[in-house]
Ligand binder design. Structure first.
Ligand SMILES: NC(=O)C1=CN([C@@H]2O[C@H](COP(=O)(O)OP(=O)(O)OC[C@H]3O[C@@H](n4cnc5c(N)ncnc54)[C@H](OP(=O)(O)O)[C@@H]3O)[C@@H](O)[C@H]2O)C=CC1
Ligand SMILES: O=C(O)[C@@H]1CCC=N1
Length: 277
C-alpha cells in the first residue's frame, strides 16, 4: 500500500536508516514525512532523501497514515502524551521502534483504542538489508499487513507471538550490528599491527565478514559446520579458535547478549512511569 504516508517522529539514526530503506525500495519520497526538533537534522534528511520535514510532531500525526515513533525511550512518555489527542482522531497505525517500551505503557499514553505494532529494526535497514522483529497487539489483519509491508522495505521481518520476545530480538539483531562492528574494529586494529595498511585492513575485514554472512545464508549449513570447514587440524584457524575458546568467547557472548536483554527489560520499567514533565 505504497500510497499511504509514513510519518517519523524523530529523525535520528534509526529513522534515517529506515527512510533510506523505504526510498531504496521505491517508496515515494513525497509520502514520507519526518519531524525533528533540530534544524540541522531536518535539513540533512531533506537533502539526502528529498522528503518532507516538520519541526513539530503534530504535523506528522495529522498527515501520516502510519506513524513510526523513532525517539529515545527516555522521552517516549512525554511525546506520546502530547500526541494522544491527534492520534486518537485518526485511524493511523502506530509503530514503536523504541527499545523496552511495552505496548501496555504505550497504550496508557496513547489510549487503548490505538492500533499499535512494536518493532525492533536494525541499522542495516539503510541498505534494505536490515531485519526487524515485529509484535502486533490488537491490530486488524490489514493494519498488521501494512506494518509488515513498511518494515519489509528495510529488510526481513520476523513476527513474534509474545511481546517479551521483542527484548530477545533487541539483544540479538537490534543491537547486533554493533557486536559485529566491534569484532571488525578489533580485527582491523590487529591487521594493522600485523603490517597491513588501514585500507587493506578494512578491505580484508569487510570482505571476510560479508563472505561469512553470505555463506551462512546461502549454503544452508549451520555456523558450527562452516567454522569446522575453515579449521584445519593443527592449522592457523585452530590456533586462533583455541585461544577464543580458552578465553571463554562463547560465555562472553552469552553474558553480553543477556546484558542487552536485561537492559531492554529495565528500560521498559524505567521509562514507563516517569513524572510527566
Ligand atoms: N540506533 C539503532 O540501532 C536502533 C534504535 N532503535 C530505537 O530507535 C529509537 C531512536 O534511536 P536512534 O535513532 O538511535 O536515536 P537518535 O538519538 O539518533 O534519534 C532520535 C531523534 O529524535 C529527536 N528528538 C528528540 N526529541 C524529540 C521530540 N520531542 N520529538 C521528535 N523528535 C525528537 C532527536 O533530536 P536531537 O538529537 O536533536 O535531540 C534525534 O534526532 C530508540 O527508541 C531506540 O531504542 C531501535 C533499533 C535499533
Ligand atoms: O542501543 C539501543 O538501546 C538501541 C536499541 C537497539 C539498538 N540500539
Amino acid at each position: 500500500m505504497a500510497s499511504c504516508t509514513i510519518g517519523f517522529i524523530g529523525g535520528g539514526n534509526m529513522a534515517a536508516s529506515m527512510i533510506g530503506g523505504l526510498i531504496a525500495n521505491q517508496w515515494p519520497a513525497e509520502k514520507i514525512i519526518v519531524s525533528d526538533p533540530t534544524a540541522e537534522t531536518r535539513n540533512k534528511l531533506q537533502q539526502q532523501f528529498s522528503i518532507t520535514t516538520a519541526d513539530n510532531n503534530q504535523q506528522v500525526a495529522e498527515q501520516a497514515d502510519v506513524i513510526v515513533l523513532a525517539i529515545k525511550p527516555q522521552i517516549m512518555q512525554q511525546v506520546c502524551l502530547a500526541l494522544a489527542e491527534s492520534l486518537s482522531q485518526k485511524q493511523s497505525v502506530v509503530i514503536s521502534i523504541a527499545a523496552g517500551i511495552t505496548c501496555s505503557a504505550l497504550k496508557s499514553w496513547l489510549g487503548d483504542s490505538i492500533s499499535l505494532v512494536r518493532v525492533m529494526p536494525n541499522t542495516p535497514a539503510l541498505l534494505g538489508v536490515g531485519i526487524s522483529g515485529l509484535y502486533a497487539q490488537g491490530t486488524s489483519a490489514e493494519q498488521k499487513a501494512l506494518a509488515i509491508e513498511v518494515m519489509s522495505s528495510a529488510g526481513e521481518v520476523v513476527e513474534v507471538e509474545q511481546e517479551s520476545l521483542i527484548d530477545s530480538v533487541t539483544a540479538i539483531s537490534g543491537s547486533g550490528p554493533a557486536y559485529f562492528f566491534l569484532l571488525m574494529e578489533a580485527m582491523e586494529k590487529t591487521a594493522q599491527q600485523l603490517g597491513l595498511n588501514q585500507q587493506q585492513a578494512a578491505q580484508l575485514v569487510q570482505a571476510t565478514a560479508n563472505g561469512a554472512a553470505q555463506m551462512a545464508k546461502q549454503t544452508g549449513l549451520d555456523a558450527a559446520e562452516l567454522r569446522r570447514r575453515v579449521t584445519s587440524p593443527g592449522g592457523t584457524t585452530a590456533a586462533a579458535i583455541n585461544q577464543f575458546i580458552d578465553e571463554d568467547f562463547i560465555g562472553l557472548v552469552d553474558r553480553a547478549l543477556h546484558a542487552a536483554e536485561k537492559r531492554s527489560i529495565e528500560m521498559g520499567e524505567q521509562f514507563a512511569n516517569q513524572e510527566t514533565l
